[in-house]
Design a protein around this ligand. Structure first.
Ligand SMILES: Cc1cc2nc3c(=O)[nH]c(=O)nc-3n(C[C@H](O)[C@H](O)[C@H](O)COP(=O)(O)O)c2cc1C
Length: 200
């Protein structure tokens, strides 16, 4: 078999150098081209998927769409927190303002295929691998990006807003922007040796 023309050095570099960058590190009001977002999504679509269920679904917010998302999550927070008696003004403000600091926000959704009888773990794993592809592509473009599971991720009302069924899942939001700083962040991991047992 002919070997594919992969560059292992580049693969190692991008996997180990991929980083999360958060809203405070975003360069505001300087949107990323949609064509890069399309490339990020195309790569997401090539994640491994048991029985080819391809369970990942995405909603992309940009421009005025970011305002719609911000209003949605802030209003829903207010409604829920007021009912529960734990409303915090600073949280409301963050939910209203943070999305506007991003270039694009990609809502990460899992659409179950019940016919296949796959355990949900396999579908969650496939979507997570799609997100890893998004992360790698964003980093390869030098973009600031992170997977956030805050805000409405686990609120049932949000699932309805995204048109998801009971068995589906909202798995968070992939925030993308240009980075404010030219300095790429350092990663931090404990050695792999502490997490592996070899049996020979
Ligand atoms: C499933 C998942 C959920 C995450 N949710 C959040 C989050 O809600 N807020 C946040 O700041 N980072 C979140 N992160 C990103 C982590 O903070 C980040 O991966 C970690 O700090 C390691 O940094 P690195 O990605 O640069 O290696 C999440 C990552 C994963 C995989």
């Amino acid at each position: 078999m002919e070997q594919p023309d992969f560059n292992l050095e580049e693969v190692n570099k991008i996997i180990r150098g991929r980083r999360s960058m958060f809203v405070a590190q975003f360069k505001e009001n300087d949107p990323v081209d949609d064509i890069i977002i399309e490339e990020i999504l195309e790569n997401a679509n090539w994640a491994p998927t048991h029985k080819l269920t391809e369970p990942w679904r995405f909603t992309v917010f940009s421009g005025d769409g970011l305002k719609k998302f911000a209003e949605f999550q802030a209003n829903l927070y207010k409604e829920r927190a007021t009912k529960n008696g734990n409303f915090i003004e600073a949280t409301y403000k963050k939910l209203s303002e943070n999305p506007l600091k991003a270039s694009h926000i990609i809502a990460i959704q899992l659409k179950r295929d019940l016919k296949t009888n796959l355990p949900v773990m396999e579908e969650i794993a496939a979507v997570a691998m799609a997100v890893q592809n998004m992360y790698l592509t964003a980093s390869a473009h030098g973009l600031a990006a992170y997977w956030g599971t805050g805000g409405p991720t686990f609120w049932p009302e949000a699932k309805i807003w995204f048109g998801l069924e009971e068995e589906d899942m909202l798995m968070g939001f992939f925030y993308v922007a240009k980075p404010a700083s030219e300095r790429w962040p350092m990663g931090k991991r404990k050695p792999i040796g502490e997490k592996v047992i070899w049996v020979k």
